[in-house]
Design a binder for this molecule. Sequence first.
Ligand code: AMP
Ligand code: TRP
Length: 338
Amino acid sequence: MTGFKGPNRVFSGVQPSGGMHLGNYLGAIRKFVGMQATHDCYFCVVDMHAITVFQDPKKLREQTYHVVASYLAAGIDPEKAVVLLQSAVPAHAELAWILNCVARLGWLDRMTQFKDKAGKDKERASVGLYAYPVLMAADILVYKATHVPVGEDQKQHLELARDVAGKFNREFGVADFFPLPEPLIKGPGARVMSLRDGTAKMSKSDPSEQATIYLSDDADAIARKIKKAKTDPEPLPSDVAGLEHRPEAANLVGVYSALSGRTAADVLKEFGGEGFGKFKPALADLVVEKLAPIGAELRRLEADRAYLRRVLMDGAARAAAVADKTVAEVKEIVGFVV
Ligand code: AMP
Ligand code: TRP
């Protein structure tokens, strides 16, 4: 535990690198919505993270509006939470540079997401992709955020953010200057898998459209994708232990559980012994019921660029007021002439 004395504050981010999907919703955005009433919240569109792999500039701008519209359509209230664009608040990049000089190469060498994204030819990956977790630490620490709601795949990056914060505090003799941010990961939906492969996570960059349920999908598309989802030939088991070694079945039951608010055990009590011919239509109905209203609102908001821009400009101003103060303190601490 630390003795950090600042207020509890929530920060999280989503990359504008493709269409928002069910995994983003269950692993991240739905949790954001639940926290805004009780916490001081900052929800960011991390465009500087997105360009760590090449993004077509025109698409990047579209996708940025798409993420903001998704936040709002899912229920984030920009009057309560601060909704901001990372590149519009220069303090993120300024702090990231200083933290690049605190983080160690050895720490970054262990990051599994870099290894996955860089692939075999890591000599050709961008320097930004390698330093990505340090920018993420800066995003969080520039607000001295204490809590970070994310999906399971971000766990290792959060550990790195804690390591960076701790080393900064120790090295400069400023105990508890930065909090050690806590990840909030638990809960069903922390790791939604591809509909085509139960061992790969659902992701914005999956080449198969069939693998991913997008927030913008209409009822027909959702039903079709679930009907075609890969499964095994066995009926559903009657208890959770029976889902072991059945990744596709476990994923579909997990999605049902996350969206219905029922435990997986309870869902299996109802559907255990049934084939997917019965379970899939029930799942499709549930997904449509929960996502279709968000999709409709998303399409409406996406068309209102002027409004989305206003939200981002207002958010950047409110965010900068906090972030600039931290950067000024950090400059003083590290010995820059200010
Ligand atoms: P990204 O799409 O990589 O920018 O991720 C944005 C947020 O969604 C992060 O908190 C991720 O952990 C979360 N997320 C992304 N994909 C999934 C998934 N398949 N299951 C659960 N959470 C996810
Ligand atoms: N790396 C995160 C992802 O792809 C996005 C992100 C960037 C983030 N900065 C963050 C998440 C800070 C939480 C806090 O999912």
